[in-house]
Design a protein around this ligand. Structure first.
Ligand SMILES: [Zn+2]
Ligand SMILES: [Zn+2]
Ligand SMILES: [Zn+2]
Length: 302
């Protein structure tokens, strides 16, 4: 799994709830780490990949190597949260469930990752296998057409070039700032030359809920990165606006995007988030158990 990851906005609505009972629960990264497995479980249910309390990864062909196949026990994922029905009863009425605005089944919809660039265009797949839309560029274009929007950005956010970065410098934007961020995202999604993908929609809903229901929103801009499947490498970037520091964007003493003085942050290396909660099925079912499970699963799948 080599490749690049786009710039992201990591977000989480800071709404207190029994599922977010962990240290630094407002932090978007911590929230994702703690709750992502529930989404992974829900995806498996939606794809009919749960049988006898065990979820199995999507199979590319029925020609499976039992020793390689990945899965997880549903009970293991829910160990910390009760069970699926107790999660449902917490998340269904939750005012911070932004994902539920577009997917009525969704639980743990209070956090997400919104890609900023290098997005596959699902509606153009036939013509362009991997197209790119860059919200940073889309914003520059938009502002040339909507000077009043540019004006309100300039009054409420630090000045940056491109203006995109100024919008996300504050980790916990004020309600006034969230109103403008919502306006920006609404306008951007009207003009992007592709279908609106679910992660965009979720962020838009999160901003709307955070404004309408006055729920604080926590944001982290994550710079684009390269991965070799094990690690994830982020280049030097500005510690304030998080723009990648190149010869064009940083003098070594000053960020040219946000004018912050000081050296850029050193390159970072982190583990990729991996396949959790999936792991080798043979590790928890044994070789024979896995073969039997696969037989049953493939049979009912037809
Ligand atoms: Zn809640
Ligand atoms: Zn929640
Ligand atoms: Zn900067």
């Amino acid at each position: 799994m080599q490749g690049t990851t786009p710039e992201f906005i990591r977000w989480a609505l800071a709404h207190e709830c029994p599922l977010r009972d962990f240290p630094k629960w407002k932090d978007p990264n911590k929230t994702e780490r703690h709750l992502r497995a529930i989404r992974v479980y829900q995806n498996a249910v939606q794809d009919s990949r749960v049988l006898d309390g065990i979820a199995i990864e999507p199979l590319v062909s029925s020609d499976v190597v039992p020793n390689e196949v990945l899965g997880f026990r549903v009970d293991d994922v829910f160990e910390f949260y009760g069970d699926p029905s107790s999660v449902a009863s917490i998340c269904e009425p939750c005012p911070a469930n932004a994902v539920r605005q577009s997917d009525s089944q969704a639980w743990v919809g209070c956090f997400g990752l919104m890609p900023v660039s290098n997005i596959v265009l699902p509606d153009l797949v036939d013509e362009v296998p991997v197209g790119t839309v860059d919200l940073r560029e889309q914003l520059e274009l938009l502002l040339t057409q909507q000077p009043y929007l540019e004006e309100s950005i300039r009054t409420c956010f630090p000045r940056t070039s491109p203006e995109w970065y100024g919008l996300w410098i504050s980790r916990v934007p004020s309600i006034k700032q969230r109103q403008i961020q919502l306006q920006v995202v609404n306008e951007l999604l009207k003009v992007v030359p592709c279908a609106i993908t679910p992660p965009w929609e979720a962020f838009q809903s999160a901003l709307r809920l955070s404004v309408d229901r006055k729920i604080p929103l926590h944001i982290q801009l994550v710079p684009e990165a390269v991965t070799d499947g094990v690690y994830w490498y982020v280049d030097q970037h500005c510690g304030r606006c998080c723009a990648i520091s190149t010869a064009l964007t940083h003098t070594g003493q000053q960020c040219q995007v946000c004018k912050n003085e000081g050296r850029p942050r050193e390159p970072q290396r982190r583990f990729v988030r991996g396949k959790r909660p999936y792991w080798k099925m043979t590790r928890f079912l044994g070789a024979e158990g896995t073969s039997k499970y696969l037989e049953r699963y493939l049979k009912q799948k037809g």
